[in-house]
Design a protein around this ligand. Structure first.
Ligand SMILES: N[C@@H](CCC(=O)N[C@@H](CS)C(=O)NCC(=O)O)C(=O)O
Length: 441
């Protein structure tokens, strides 16, 4: 069996749990998997020694291989179990394949900012409404797994104070609060990040009014990617969860459908709906939209285009600038090619703080909603862009050549810049070894 080490309240765990459930439900995950709560004991005694990282999610495969980072877990499982694929074939469905990777990148590394913010803003002292108690309980479940409920909650509360200095989150940000600053959240940009989140949710609400999943009637990488911000933070955490249910009920249905639990009303891929024939006999039909398939002819749903527009308008300029800053850093005397690069997304990586904070060499100016701020450069995003470049190249090598991709990318103001991606990444190649990143030597 596979073992998934995860937390219910973790951003990237939600993505992988739903993905593995989906594959398993359709008999496409070989021996299946067990979802193991990655308690503090297991992180110290097992995950760190075996994989070199305490981050979740991680999987241990049936042959004892450890895989970490959600995208690599999906790559690993898709290659080991190609049945019921979640990635459209880049040769025959180049547009849908590319759209999936771009949405995964947007969800993993851009929507993470407002989703992360929601959790911790509504946990600060004096916020009303507040989900501080719920948040303490969900962290305590990991920190003091097995202890009685009140002990678990106190463990969460104590950790918030010790690790994140939650009582001084605004005056002396530490831990997650420092992370938000590193990601470009300050008093000026805070409303713009929130507006970005609301814009995205509004677009998804419209889309899910037409289609049950991102690409039609069955899930794909894009759905599991979007579930990262949507499940643990925006659906499960109490304050954004109330807002999501109140204002975006179709997005809530899609969360349940994609998460694959408690989804009878939401209808799921593979589920059947029944009606009665004239003899009163049950007649089954496919429950999900679009005949239960991705749209035919490699079509991108019209209602998805505005979401891709968010990628090109908001995130692409930041990615492009990140590649340039990282290229300069790798070429500078401060770095020897082949050396380690910062890894984490949520905060500056320990040991790299001087580079990734303040005016450090791995920080840059960025803009969101017309407001300027400063944030760290995240080499992991360059690793994700390398995957985008690879599927783009495979798409262009397909039978239809470059034309379908030209057609899709031509719809966005800066879309065709993706055709120059390989050149942009030439000086900032990133190699990933387990959880660690290095420049290519
Ligand atoms: N890029 C990674 C991120 C993994 C990650 O950052 N996980 C968070 C929880 S969602 C974590 O484990 N944080 C605690 C830590 O790094 O010790 C992925 O795609 O899986």
């Amino acid at each position: 069996m596979y073992r998934l080490f995860s937390w219910e309240h973790s951003y990237f765990s939600g993505k992988i749990r739903a993905y593995m459930r989906y594959k398993d439900r359709h008999g496409a995950l070989g021996p299946g998997f067990e979802d193991v709560l990655a308690s503090a004991d297991l992180i110290q005694g097992l995950l760190l020694p075996r994989s070199g990282s305490g981050a979740v999610p991680q999987i241990e495969t049936p042959d004892g291989t450890w895989v970490q980072d959600s995208s690599e877990i999906i790559d690993y499982c898709e290659s080991a179990h190609p049945e019921t694929p979640v990635v459209p074939d880049p040769a025959t469905r180049p547009r849908q394949c590319l759209a999936g990777y771009l949405i995964e990148l947007l969800a993993d590394e851009w929507i993470v900012v407002p989703a992360f913010w929601e959790r911790w803003y509504f946990s600060e002292n004096g916020r009303s409404p507040s989900h501080r108690g719920f948040n303490e309980q969900q962290w305590g479940a990991v920190l003091a797994a097995g202890a009685p409920g009140d002990v678990r909650r106190s463990a969460g509360a104590a950790f918030f104070e010790a690790a994140f200095g939650i009582s001084e989150s605004r005056t002396s940000p530490r831990g997650v609060y420092a992370g938000l600053v590193h990601l470009g959240v300050d008093a000026n940009t805070e409303p713009a990040w929130q507006a970005s989140q609301h814009r995205i949710l509004g677009l998804l609400e419209t889309h899910f009014g037409q289609h049950d999943y991102v690409l039609g009637g069955r899930p794909s990488l894009a759905d599991f990617g979007l579930l990262a911000p949507l499940y643990a933070h925006l659906y499960r955490d109490a304050v954004p969860g109330f807002a999501l249910r109140t204002h975006f009920p179709l997005v809530c249905e899609w969360v349940e459908r994609t998460n694959g639990e408690g989804a009878l009303n939401a209808r799921m891929y593979g589920q059947k709906l029944y009606s009665l024939d004239s003899d009163g006999q049950l007649v089954a039909r496919v429950a999900t939209s679009d005949g239960g398939e991705w749209l035919s002819d490699d079509a991108i749903p019209e209602t998805l285009l505005p979401l891709l527009d968010v990628f090109f308008e908001e995130m692409w300029p930041v990615l492009e600038s990140s590649a340039r800053v990282l290229t300069d850093f790798i070429a500078s005397d401060a770095h020897t090619p082949g050396d380690e690069l910062p890894g984490k997304t949520f905060t500056a990586t320990p040991g790299f703080e001087a580079l990734q904070t303040g005016e450090g060499a791995l920080t840059h100016e960025f803009e969101i909603g017309g407001v300027r701020g400063r944030r760290m450069v995240i080499p992991y995003q360059i690793w994700m862009l390398q995957r985008v470049a690879a599927v783009l190249a495979r798409g262009m090598d397909g039978p239809a050549g470059r034309a379908p991709l030209e057609e899709l990318l031509g719809r966005f103001a800066r879309g065709k810049e993706l055709f120059e991606l390989e050149a942009l990444l030439a000086g900032c190649g990133v190699r990933k070894q387990r959880a660690l990143l290095y420049s290519k030597s």
